[in-house]
Design a protein around this ligand. Sequence first.
Ligand SMILES: Nc1ncnc2c1ncn2[C@@H]1O[C@H](COP(=O)(O)OP(=O)(O)OP(=O)(O)O)[C@@H](O)[C@H]1O
Length: 334
Amino acid sequence: MERRAASRRGQPAYGHDALIACDRLVRVFTTDGVEVQALQGLDLLVAEGELMALVGASGSGKSTLMNILAGLDVPTAGAAKVAGRDLLTMDAKARLGYRRDVVGFVWQQTARNLLPYLTALQNVTLPMQLRGGRRRAARTKAAVELLSMLALDHCRDRRPHQLSGGEQQRTAIAVALANTPSVLLADEPTGELDSHTAEQVFTAFRTANEELGTTIVIVTHDQAVASEVRRTVAIRDGRTSSEVLRRTERDAATGQESLVAREYAMLDRAGRLQLPAEYTSSLGMEYRVLLELESDHIGVWPDRTADGAGRGRGGAGEDGAKGSGVAEDGGEAS
Ligand SMILES: Nc1ncnc2c1ncn2[C@@H]1O[C@H](COP(=O)(O)OP(=O)(O)OP(=O)(O)O)[C@@H](O)[C@H]1O
């Protein structure tokens, strides 16, 4: 034990090199004496420069996480750091500075992102003005460049009601980028748009990511958006449960490139793994499973002992007496 503890002391801290690091994040809401655990020990690491999506059923905790990352809400327990800022211990002043300088936010409701009586250009310069430190001409120049980068030159002098839904969301992205934040957070930014317009909005996120290097996290129900990014993390019951990684592979024989997507289960820091419900039910896995450590993988088998087989619903299969590779000192199977 001592040896193990000593070797762990020498290891770098969890997520030390990530731009966003959530470690066993918990958020409990209490309404009328009833507790809701919106986040139940969520782990998430996002590297600098990533463009990734968060998906999950309604009520799984996505908005709760985004509000915490945006500095609008404070977690009940756990740890959360964004660009070196500790989201649990920031005081009101630091929180204000964090929201102004470190994160940008795009909401689903287009009306929430822009001030209706300002033009697109004025909406983009406003955050710069509030932060201060730049001359008017420099602010205008930067705002014009942002609008141009997102193909919105024609919208410069229009008010939000004179813009289409997609143009409003792209302008909202420009507003969120005004103070060159490290992270851009977007909660269902294409939720109110048709698929063609949604694609243009997604292109604007990609442009921001590629041209400015901004790290972008998008919560989405939009399958098209989720499948366009390299990494999609799924949240289930207030925890990250699985993620899909996509990469381009080149066929050695034909030289043809194709996008390959693979789904991974999350292994949390306590060694817990969420197995997909369809996998466990198809093999009748309940209550306990048998683990077997092989040189390059871990086998997970249905419990076939007398009482386990009685409980499980699975059909014929492995011998329950199969030797287990799990360390007897309680070591994790991971
Ligand atoms: N302010 C609040 N007070 C009480 N409960 C809340 C509050 N905010 C969220 N919850 C609860 O926390 C859980 C997670 O909600 P959250 O809005 O984060 O889910 P979501 O995944 O964003 O859902 P959706 O996709 O529908 O927006 C839900 O059970 C919700 O009812």
